[in-house]
Structures are given as C-alpha cells and as structure tokens.
Design a protein around this ligand. Structure first.
Ligand code: BGC
Length: 758
C-alpha cells in the first residue's frame, strides 16, 4: 500500500499530497492507520458549524490533498457520496423519491402525491410542506451517518412533461408550464432543505421523454431552451435555492449534458447558481470532459482510488484545469456543508434527527399527504351539478373499471420499475378506490364489476373469471356508476435500462386497453356515470365524454388518493385542482406530434461523424420551439377539450378588477358567489408585444389561491416583475424586454375575465 508521496506545509498542518488511500489514513500520530479525523484538524476553522459556509470552504480547500479533492467529486457507490474520514466528512446516501423516499426494504413511509398532483394543486406552500415531510421521512428512514444516512432526495422533477402526452415520466414532472413547474419545484426544494436534506432537481435538461433518453441528441433553439426548458430550473433556483441539480442522460445540441459547458453555464453564470450539479446515474461518462463541462459529482460509481490517482496526474499534466477542479470542489463542499455532513456530532444535528425520526409516518405527515391529495383533484366536467352525490339517495353503487382495485405503490407487491421506477415507494397503506367505496357506501351497497383488470407486471389486461359480475348488468341495476380507470405504472414509469428500451413512452393518447369501450357500454346502460381517471399526462376523453355525467382526474395522489376521491364525490371535499396540462382532442393538436418523427420521438440513425468523440445513436429536433402546451394550441388556433388551468368547483367565483392600490400591484376582487366554501386559484397571464417578434398569445406569470366561504370576497394582488415582459431575443442572443404587456386574469387559461395594462 502506497502511503505518502509528498508533504506540503499548509501553514497550519502537514497535508499529504498524493497518497492514494489518504481518505482513510490520517497524517496524525497513527499515520496511515487511523480511519477517523486527522487529530491535527480537530480545531480547524472549517469544523466550526457557526462559521459562514464560504469561510469553511476557504479553509478546508487548502487542507485537502489533490487526491481527496478528486475523491470528493465521485460517489462511493450506487447511492452514497461524501465519506472522507480524515477531514471529518461523513458518507451519506442519496435516495430516489418522486412520492416519498424510495426505500424498498422499509415500509411505513408516508406516500405523498406525485409531482403532477402538486402541479394540479397549484399550491406552492403545500409543495413546500410536502418537501419538508419528505425530507423528514428521508432522514428517518435512513438514520445515522456513514453510508446509512440519507441526506439527498433525488427530486423534484423539472422537465416539461407537457411537450408530449406520451412522456412516461410526466407523472414525476410538474406539467407543461415553466412558471408553474419552477415555482412548485423551488418550494418543494425549500421544504427539503429546511431539514437539511438536499433536493436534486432533475433532469437538466431537455429530457422530456423516456424514449432513447440515454442516447439521444436533442437539437433545440436558444429561445425554446431559455424560455421553456431551462426556465423551471431558473425559477426553482430563485424560489428555493436548490442545493443540487441532476443533469440528464441525453445530449443537447451535440454534447452530453454532463459535458455541456454552454448549457451548464446558463445555471452557473446566467442564474448565478452556486449549487452542485450531479450526473444522472452513470451519465458522467468521462471525468475529463465532465469536470471541464461543469458537472460536479459523478454518480453510481465505485470508490476507485486508481481513478483519483489518475485524475491527480491529469491535473498535474494540465488535462484537468485547476480552476475547473476548484469550482466543482467548492460546489460539492458547499453541498456537504449544507446538509451537515461535517457536523454529524453537533447537538443541533442530533436534535433535528430526533425530530425527524419522531415525525416519521405520523399524523402531521399524513395531514399534508391528505391535503395534497384533496387539493390536486381536478373536476373536468360536472353536468347539471351531478356531483357531489347525495349519499342519502344512493342505494346501489356499481364500481367498474380496471383502476378500482388498483394500487400504484410497491404495496402491490411488484418490483420497483413496475411501480414507477425512481418514484416507487413502500407506503404505510394505500387503500384502493374499491376499498374507499366500500367504506363510504357500505359493503352491501357496492357491486364490483371491473370489466377487466391490468396486470401491472406485464401491462396486459386480463378478463376476470366468469364468476365476476358483468359490468353492464351491474350498471343497469345501480343508482350511480363509479368508473375508475386511467393509466398505471405500466404506462407511467422510468425507462428501465440503457439504449433503446421497448415501450419506454406511451403508445397512444387513448385510455389504455378497452376502457373507452367499457365506459361507453356502461354509459349506455346507465346515464349516471362518473369517471375517475388516475393520470400522469393528458389522455383522449373524446370517445365517451358526452355520455357521462362527471369526470374527475386524480393523479397518482398518494396514500390518500382513493379516500380523497370519495370525499370529493360525496362533497366532503370541494375540488379545487386545475389542469397542469392542456387536454387536446387529437394527437395532432400537440405541435411536436404534428411535425413528424424527427420532432417526436426522434429517430435512430447513423451519425455522419462522432460528436465529441462519442456516437449518439438517436436524434430529435425540438422544432416546435416555444410552442409547447397552451402556447402551441393558442398559436395554431386549436380549441382544446380542456384548457390549461381548467378545473371546476362545487361553488362559483366571480373575478373582477379592483381599484389600483397605489403600491404598484395589480389587484382583483374574488367573490364566492356559490353556495359553499371553496378554493379559487387565480391565474395571471401576460400578453406581451414586441415589434417583429412572434409572442405567445398568453403566458402564465403568477398565480395565487384564495379560500372563500359562501358569499365571501377577498382581494388578490399580483406584483409585476420585470421578468413578466422578458423574452429571449434570437437576433441579439440575449434577454430583451417587450415594450408592452397586457395582464389577463381569471380562473383558467380560457376564462380570463379581467384585463389590465401592465
Ligand atoms: C434516473 C434518475 C434517478 C437515478 C437514481 C436514473 O436512471 O433517471 O431520475 O434519480 O436513476 O435512481
């Protein structure tokens, strides 16, 4: 074992320069054998938790060997990072967590709704609460340090799931609008950080589909990149700091994102972000290129002293620049200080850990999960105020559809990738809609006739045994039919594996399997059909919409999804969620689907030459530019089935302009003119104009929600920001300000009743 190659005098202590195993060997009295903190560092300034983090970094950088510096830039294993005992850096775990910490071996975790559900709730404060709860659960489920302690949750998602309704991970992302996505992601991150768990917002950038995600080059114009795809990250950084971000597997404009200095500098230089950029698992690909490209931490790797030694040689030979190394080192150390990885024994750290462990699976966490499930429910249609149901007038309920007896978590006994991949969880409990119906109506009043079921393992539908009830007969004899369907994780999941993964994205816009036909059949037998759809992205509702009374969307809403749904059907909860996606009528309504295979999903092709020494095997061009979601529908004059921001309530609101307040804000009065309390999400869009530049007809710039009792009225004020008029000017290659803008405010993007000059 090579121990010490050189010593330099740092002014305070002797530090070894190129010792391969110095991370474990101290330079103190028990030199070479100690596995703990170098005694010479015991009172070093960086070890003082009261000192400003930047000062701690300044002090520590000068005490680390080049070998240790490189070691700090690589994970220790599939999921752990940190771990340099000589300097007192604890090892810690990173943990997936779309819906709570993914811990396959630990049950009892609070299962919060998926990203798309928070997006549908349009409630940043709630997203922050969900972040805190998830952070506390993450710390509690993996307690203690040294590889056993989780201090980083790999989320939230910040990709634009609304580019295509086919993206199989859209349920982890936050809809089609960059402001909505960025604000919610930022607040979720803030919640995690409040308990010293780092978020790792993912996947930066243009990873908006699963098909060929590890090998595709996305060609995207600068305006779309800035205004649509980077923007959620930019906003999240502003709203929540976001201690770390994960880059994507794909390439952007000819360079893997992990090597992509241009794209990464948008975060570093333009957004002034001081966080750590992690590669997606295994996406680092080459250390020289990744360090030069701005990636901070290599993931999914083994602890490899030979590699760190090689990197030290690369540094000496100038193949790695000192300034790139120092920049990334400071970023990773900042992350380690922020999560407390140098402060494991402080009373504050111990108190926080004890608090997290006490709160695990507790009532406070359940309350947040429940509220999130309730607020995320989107009532798409409610003919003649059919909902809420009057429980006293219902004797028989037919429960039909493949989603009725479905769980979406690992509680179903499936494997991780069959339950959403990175968003898999083993929760406290997850009652199914059928169980919630039995609890609400009484066993004797519920006739269960699914029609068919899905096997999540194979994704195929199975016809139940003959003994089960015929759904049409069940519908005929019921007072009301509750149909539960939509998608499941055989559609909505991370692509498992590298390269061309079969069925990585969804195959079509239609409801999976024979659901549409089944709805039509039961609706012909009974006019009182309510359709409840579990969805991660828009689907076609056209074939059956006119024949049913009501439609409620429930988005992978966590452990209380089914109970919240029943509460909404029975009026204990007044639905208040709003669509985070535009629901088109036909696939061609989405620009990227109209423009051919090159624009979505891309094509596998021969590359004329290697790009940066590597062959990329698939390519896609975001020729739809900024015309994503409602921006595209508006430009092309396509009337959607349901507009972005749409969502009905059991009450009604009126929104009218309010007199100017003299404080620079733009205010509206919101009145609940219906008969029951409800939450109104007030949405504020801008229409900006600049000569010679094609602008979206409207863009979301702000939103706020207000809860009002029947008859109550409140003022909601929006404070204009210069950013509201900002656009990326392709002629100058810079941000520019539009000279004029009009604000349009209302309850949905197609119900903007108030207009005022900016
Ligand atoms: C996914 C990430 C995930 C990571 C670790 C990758 O394949 O794209 O979202 O966090 O694996 O599981």
């Amino acid at each position: 074992m090579k121990i010490l190659i050189a010593l330099v005098v740092s002014g305070i202590s002797l530090i070894p320069l190129f010792a391969e195993d110095v991370g474990y060997a101290g330079s103190g009295p028990a030199r070479g054998l100690s596995r703990g903190l170098d005694p010479a560092l015991k009172d070093a300034p960086y070890r003082n938790p009261a000192l400003d983090i930047e000062k701690r970094i300044d002090d520590l950088v000068g005490r680390m060997t080049p070998f240790e510096k490189f070691k700090a830039l690589h994970c220790r294993s599939t999921s752990s990072a940190g771990g340099i005992p000589r300097i007192g850096l604890s090892e810690f775990l990173t943990c997936d967590g779309g819906v709570g910490p993914r811990a396959e071996e630990r049950s009892g975790i609070t299962y919060i709704p998926s990203g798309i559900a928070w997006a549908a709730a349009w409630d940043p404060a709630l997203a922050e609460e969900a972040g805190r709860v998830t952070g506390e659960e993450t710390r509690a489920v993996f307690p203690g340090w040294e590889g056993g302690s989780a201090r980083m949750l790999l989320g939230p998602g910040g990709n634009i799931g609304g580019r295509t309704p086919f993206g199989a991970r859209s349920f982890e992302y936050l809809g089609e609008d960059p402001l909505l996505a960025g604000r919610l992601a930022g607040r979720f991150a803030k919640g995690l950080q409040s308990v010293k768990v780092s978020p790792c917002m993912k996947h930066y950038v243009c990873n908006d589909q699963e098909w060929c995600r590890t090998m595709i080059n996305v060609t995207v114009g600068e305006r779309a990149l800035r205004e649509i795809y980077v923007r959620p990250f930019e906003i999240a950084i502003r709203e929540g700091g976001v201690w770390s971000i994960m880059n994507s597997y794909n390439a952007v404009n000819g360079e893997w994102t992990s090597w992509n200095r241009r794209v990464n500098d948008i975060l570093y230089r333009d957004c002034g972000w001081d966080g750590a950029l992690l590669s997606d698992w295994g996406g680092y690909r080459n250390d020289l290129r990744a360090i030069a490209g701005g990636t901070t931490l290599d993931t999914n790797c083994t602890d490899d002293p030979a590699q760190y030694r090689r990197e030290v040689e690369d540094l000496k030979a100038g193949r790695i620049s000192e300034s790139d190394l120092n920049d990334q080192l400071r970023r990773v150390l900042r992350l380690f200080f922020r999560i407390g990885a140098f402060d494991r024994d402080t009373p504050e750290e111990k108190r926080l850990q004890a608090r997290c462990e006490q709160s695990f699976g507790g009532a406070d966490h359940a309350a947040v999960a429940r509220r999130a499930a309730e607020e995320s429910l989107v009532l798409l249609k409610n003919d003649g105020a059919f909902l809420p149901l009057d429980r006293t007038r219902i004797r028989k309920v037919a429960v039909i559809g493949p989603g009725a007896d479905q769980r979406y978590s690992l509680a179903s006994g499936h494997k991780v990738h069959q339950c959403g991949g990175a968003a898999a969880i083993l929760p406290i409990a997850e009652p199914t809609p059928l169980e919630a119906c039995v609890a609400a109506f009484g066993r004797g009043n519920v006739v269960y006739a699914p029609g068919f079921r899905y096997d999540v393992r194979s994704g195929r539908s199975t016809v139940p045994p003959m003994a089960e009830r015929d759904p049409v007969a069940a519908a005929k004899e019921a007072d009301v039919v509750l149909f539960f369907g939509g998608t499941d994780h055989s559609y909505d999941h991370e692509a498992a594996g590298w390269g061309v993964v079969p069925n990585a994205d969804k195959p079509g816009l239609d409801l999976k399997g024979p659901q549409a036909e089944l709805i039509a059949r039961v609706a012909a037998a009974n006019p009182n059909v309510v359709v409840c759809l579990n969805l991660g992205a828009p689907v076609s509702v056209q074939p059956w919409l006119a024949s049913v009374k009501a439609v409620l969307v429930t988005w992978y809403a966590g452990q209380f999804g089914a109970e919240a749904t029943l509460d909404a059907l029975l009026g204990k909860v007044n639905p208040s969620g709003k669509l985070p996606y535009t629901f088109g009528r036909r696939l061609e309504d989405w620009p990227c689907h109209r423009m051919g295979e090159d624009v979505y999903p891309g094509r596998i092709g021969e590359w004329p030459a290697k790009v940066n020494g590597l062959s990329l095997f698939a390519k896609e061009t975001y020729a739809d530019g900024i015309w994503v979601g409602y921006r595209g529908f508006d430009r092309d004059g396509i009337r959607p089935e349901f507009a972005f921001g749409h969502g009905l309530s059991y009450t009604s609101f009126e929104i009218a302009s309010a007199p100017a307040r003299g404080d620079g804000t733009k205010a509206v009065r919101v009145k609940n003119v219906g008969g029951r309390a409800g939450r109104c999400v007030v949405q504020c869009y801008v229409t900006k104009t600049a000569p010679g530049v094609e602008m979206p007809a409207k863009e979301l710039v702000d939103f706020a929600s207000v809860t009002l009792a029947a008859g109550e009225e409140k003022t909601v004020a929006f404070r204009p920001e210069p950013e509201w008029l900002r656009y990326w000017d392709e002629r100058s290659g810079k941000w520019a300000q539009a000279p004029r803008g009009v604000l349009r405010i209302g309850e949905a993007s197609d119900r903007l009743t108030v207009q005022m000059e900016l």
